[in-house]
Design a protein around this ligand. Structure first.
Ligand SMILES: [Zn+2]
Length: 397
C-alpha cells in the first residue's frame, strides 16, 4: 500500500508540475520576497534595531563567536520556531552552535535541499557579512513554510565561519556520517554590495557531484523569472566560505556572493563600517529573490543524480550515460506487452521532448532518442497502462 501511495503522490506532483501553474507558483513566491522583511532582519541582526528575544527587549550588539553570540543564536532559533519548525541547536564545541530547522517534504521527506548562511562575525554590525545571508535564509523560511514541497528543505545558520568554517565543517561531516541525502546546498555569504550598480552576482561552483549543473540551474532561474541580475559563474570558485566543507564530502553546493572575484566587493569588509546604510537595496532584494526562487524550484520539482523510483511492477527505465552531453541510451524493461509513452519534462514541468509513443512487447528494449536538450535537470517519464515511472536525468555540456 505504501508504495502505491507514494506513486500516487508522485503522479500528482508531476501532473501539477506539468501545468502552467507551476511556473506561476514560483513567480508568485519570488514576488513575495519582501525587502522590508529582509531589511528588518538585517537591522536586528546587525545591532541597529532592538528586538524581543526570550520575551525581553534587547539588542544583538554583535555576533562575534569569541565574544559570545548566543543572543543571535536565540533570535534565529525563535524565528525558525515562528515558522512552525523545530529549531535544532547543534552545539558542537564549547560555546559554538549551529542552528537549523527542517521543513518536511510531502513526498520525499528523506531527500533534502539546503539554504544556509553563517551568522557569526568578526566585529560589530557585520551587516553585509553576513546578516544579509541570514536575513535571506530567514525570508526563505518564512515564505516556504507557508507552502508544501515534495522534498524536505533545511534552513541553516553556521557558527564560526570566520575562524575556519568550523560550524559548516562539523555539519557536513555529520551529514555525511549519517548518510543525510542533501541534493543541493545553496550557501549565501555577502549579497548586498553592488558599488557600480551593474547587478553582477557571482555563483561559485566546482566540478564536485552536480555543483556545476546547480550553478547553471541558478543562472537559468535569473533568466526564466527575469530577476534582473547578471550572474557570473566562477569555476573553480573560492573555498573560503561554508559551501566548501560540503564539496569536501561530495555534496552538490554553490556559493552566492557579490563581486568577490569581479572587483566589486564590499570595501568595508571585516570593519565596523560594514553597516546597512551601505547596502544597494535593490541589488540585495534581487539577490535574495534569486536564492529563494532557486531553492523553491529545486524543492518543488528537482532532481539531482539518477534516481530510479520504486515500482509496483518489474518494469524499469534507465539511461546511460547520465548525466550526458548529447547522446544517451534508454533501456526499458517491460514485464508484459504494453502501450508506452515516454516524454521528457523540464524543471518547470514543461514537456521538452516526445521520446516514444506506441506498443512495445514484453522484454527489454533500447532507444537512442534524437533529442537536443539545454544544460540542466529533467524528468524522463514512462507511462504504461498501469503505472508511471520517473527518472531524473541531467544534461551537462
Ligand atoms: Zn562571510
Amino acid at each position: 500500500m505504501k508504495k502505491i501511495y507514494i506513486l500516487g503522490v508522485l503522479l500528482t506532483a508531476i501532473l501539477s508540475t506539468h501545468s502552467q501553474s507551476f511556473e506561476t507558483d514560483i513567480e508568485t513566491l519570488i514576488s513575495e520576497v519582501s525587502i522590508d522583511s529582509l531589511l528588518s532582519n538585517v537591522r536586528i541582526l546587525s545591532g541597529e534595531d532592538s528586538v524581543y528575544i526570550n520575551g525581553e527587549k534587547t539588542l544583538i550588539e554583535h555576533r562575534v563567536a569569541g565574544w559570545g553570540n548566543s543572543l543571535a543564536e536565540d533570535y534565529l532559533a525563535e524565528r525558525l520556531e515562528a515558522c512552525g519548525m523545530q529549531a535544532v541547536r547543534q552545539n558542537y564545541s564549547s560555546g559554538a552552535t549551529n542552528v537549523f530547522g527542517t521543513l518536511q517534504g510531502s513526498v520525499y521527506p528523506e531527500q533534502y535541499y539546503m539554504i544556509c548562511a553563517h551568522y557569526d562575525a568578526v566585529t560589530y554590525y557585520a551587516a553585509d557579512d553576513n546578516a544579509s545571508g541570514c536575513a535571506t535564509v530567514l525570508e526563505a523560511a518564512r515564505l516556504l513554510s507557508e507552502e508544501s514541497f515534495p522534498y524536505s528543505v533545511i534552513f541553516a545558520f553556521w557558527d564560526e565561519e570566520e575562524i575556519g568554517l568550523f560550524g559548516s565543517s562539523y555539519y557536513a561531516n555529520y551529514a555525511d556520517n549519517f548518510g543525510i541525502n542533501i541534493d543541493a546546498v545553496i550557501n549565501i555569504d555577502m549579497i548586498a554590495w553592488d558599488g557600480n550598480n551593474d547587478g553582477l552576482i557571482e555563483i561559485h561552483t566546482k566540478p564536485v557531484n552536480q555543483s556545476v549543473s546547480l550553478a547553471n540551474f541558478m543562472q537559468n532561474i535569473n533568466e526564466t523569472y527575469a530577476v534582473g541580475l547578471m550572474p557570473s559563474i566562477k569555476n573553480p570558485g573560492t573555498t573560503a566560505s561554508d559551501h566548501s566543507p560540503f564539496w569536501n564530502h561530495n555534496y552538490s553546493a554553490i556559493l552566492l556572493i557579490e563581486g568577490y572575484y569581479s572587483n566589486d566587493f564590499n570595501p568595508y569588509y571585516h570593519t565596523t563600517g560594514d553597516r546597512i546604510n551601505h547596502f544597494n537595496i535593490s541589488y540585495f532584494h534581487k539577490s535574495a529573490q534569486l536564492a529563494i526562487g532557486s531553492l523553491a524550484s529545486l524543492a518543488m520539482a528537482n532532481i539531482t543524480g539518477t534516481e530510479q523510483f520504486e515500482t509496483t511492477t518489474n518494469n524499469t527505465i534507465t539511461n546511460y550515460p547520465n548525466p550526458f552531453r548529447c547522446q544517451t541510451t534508454i533501456d526499458i524493461n517491460l514485464s508484459e506487452n504494453s502501450e508506452v509513452s515516454i516524454v521528457i519534462i523540464d524543471q518547470l514541468g514543461r514537456k521538452v521532448s516526445d521520446v516514444y509513443n506506441g506498443k512495445l512487447a514484453k522484454g527489454t528494449h533500447q532507444i537512442q532518442p534524437d533529442i537536443y536538450l539545454e544544460n540542466g535537470y529533467y524528468h524522463m517519464i514512462m507511462q504504461t497502462s498501469d503505472e508511471r515511472l520517473t527518472r531524473k536525468i541531467a544534461v551537462v555540456k
